[in-house]
Design a protein around this ligand. Structure first.
Ligand SMILES: [Zn+2]
Length: 200
């Protein structure tokens, strides 16, 4: 019997083909808690990025979840959305997490995107490096748009003429993803999509 990671009530084991195959290990929150999260399933398109899929709305449950995650520093909590992520990421995709600047790791409100992917057993490669040092939150939208590229392709990395999927935690203005997509396309990617857990 598992306990819900959010409310600690016992989760009834429901045998399924997934659990028999060991794919269902990340079903670690109860029905009551999972119902509180609101699906977004928004698809956003723009010039620089072919498609952004956002999975959940930033609602009260999500706010609490992020708080709990930050407070407990519990990497296990990354696993809550593992199954959802796996559903949306093709198995043959080239998955690229949005990197965070090393200096910002400490003040980050959400654990690194890598933890989400790790808990979902989704292979990924870091192809981008962040070059900006200023905190995004302190800049206006106009300032952010006018900024020099936020990312560069890592040294020694070859971008192939195929589809890449960027992963980030929260979609707010989309600036970060557009910057990352532009850099990948300029380096030779034919298509760049993105998936974010939350739509703020
Ligand atoms: Zn629960």
């Amino acid at each position: 019997m598992n306990e819900c990671l959010l409310c600690e009530q016992a989760i009834a084991a429901t045998p399924s083909w997934q659990s028999l195959l060991g794919l269902d290990k990340q079903t670690n929150i109860c029905q009551d808690c999972s119902k509180k999260f609101q699906r977004a399933d928004n698809k956003i398109e723009s010039d620089s990025i072919d498609q952004v899929t956002t999975l959940y709305t930033y609602n009260e449950a999500m706010r609490e979840y992020l708080h709990q995650y930050k407070f407990l520093q519990d990497v296990q909590l990354a696993g809550i959305f593992a199954r959802e992520l796996r559903t949306h990421i093709p198995t043959d995709a080239l998955v690229v997490p949005i990197p965070i600047h090393p200096e910002k790791k400490i003040q980050r409100t959400f654990a690194h995107v890598d933890e989400l992917l790790k808990s979902a057993h989704i292979p990924y490669t870091h192809l981008l490096e962040k070059v900006d040092t200023g905190a995004m939150g302190e800049k206006s939208k106009a300032e952010r748009l006018a900024m020099k590229p936020l990312f560069i392709v890592k040294n020694g990395v070859t971008i192939q003429p195929r589809t890449y999927i960027l992963i980030d935690d929260i979609y707010t203005t989309g600036t970060t993803l557009r910057h990352a997509a532009t850099v990948l396309k300029q380096a030779g990617a034919t298509r760049v999509e993105a998936i974010t857990l939350i739509h703020a």
